[in-house]
Design a protein around this ligand. Structure first.
Ligand code: BTN
Length: 243
């Protein structure tokens, strides 16, 4: 594992993707930055982070022969990796809010942005970006955010958390390479936030409806059961989680 430490850049994901275009990256190269100025989140959102208090890093993972149909396994494995590492650090009531938010109770402690490099029908590599709240004592205007400190009462060295979380992610990704797809999917589903509990969702037309999360499809879509007990699949852009 090679770690590149930087003081300030726009986004660790962008940095690694661009570096990968210029040179052949070593498998498991990690870029971590103290101050990320233009952190990117899911669906074009931004990711705000406090320098010295939170971790913003990206992991470059190369794959030898992984079909594009296994993209979802990478996402499941990465979420599981972060989830497991935080559980080890005794963060309470941990779940994964589909697709990749890492939660303690109803608050988000970490976010994941995975960007894949494809060639023909193979996944050549992935850049896995992690934003993890570590030593924040509070958040302005983010009522649903928490940190490891806020949820456990303990401060942590950022370097130690980086080691723990990145090793845990890489361990889970090794399981993808060993083709443990079904096991990984099952473990991911077992960790899902509000699984089998009625929640309120909104579709792209603004219609609100009750649904129960039952799991995910092979492709990583959310499987929701409605009031009539009909199961439907949703992609990320198709549905909003309200409460
Ligand atoms: C989300 O929850 O929307 C995903 C947030 C991912 C943020 C991380 S921080 C490190 C890496 N670099 C980025 O620009 N984004 C990811």
């Amino acid at each position: 594992m090679k770690i590149i430490k930087l003081n300030a850049i726009d986004s660790t994901n962008t940095y690694l993707i661009n570096l990968g275009k210029k040179e052949t990256l070593l498998d498991k190269t990690i870029v971590v930055v103290e101050r990320q100025n233009k952190g990117r989140g899911q669906l074009g959102a931004t990711w705000q982070s406090k320098p010295m208090q939170s971790l913003t890093f990206s992991v470059f993972k190369r794959f030898e022969s992984l079909p594009v149909s296994k993209l979802s396994s990478i996402a499941f494995a990465v979420s599981l990796g972060v989830h497991r590492a935080l559980k080890e650090m005794l963060v309470p009531n941990m779940t994964i809010k589909w697709p990749n938010d890492i939660m303690s109770y109803s608050n988000k402690v970490a976010g994941v942005l995975i960007e894949n490099q494809l060639k023909q029908n193979k996944i050549v590599s992935s850049v896995i970006g992690i934003g993890l709240n570590v030593n924040e004592e509070s958040f302005d205007n983010l009522p649903q955010a928490t940190s490891i400190l806020m949820s456990t009462g303990k401060k942590h060295h950022l370097d130690e958390v980086l080691q723990l979380v990145s090793n845990s992610i890489l361990n889970e990704l090794e399981r993808v390479e060993k083709e443990e797809y079904q096991k990984i999917k099952k473990e991911y589903e077992d960790a899902l936030f509000r699984k089998n509990i009625i929640s309120v969702f909104e579709d792209t037309k603004g219609n609100r409806f009750n649904g129960k999360i039952k799991g995910v499809s092979e492709a990583g879509e959310l499987l929701l059961e409605n009031d009539q007990e009909i199961l439907k699949k949703y992609q990320l852009k198709e549905i909003k989680y309200l409460f």
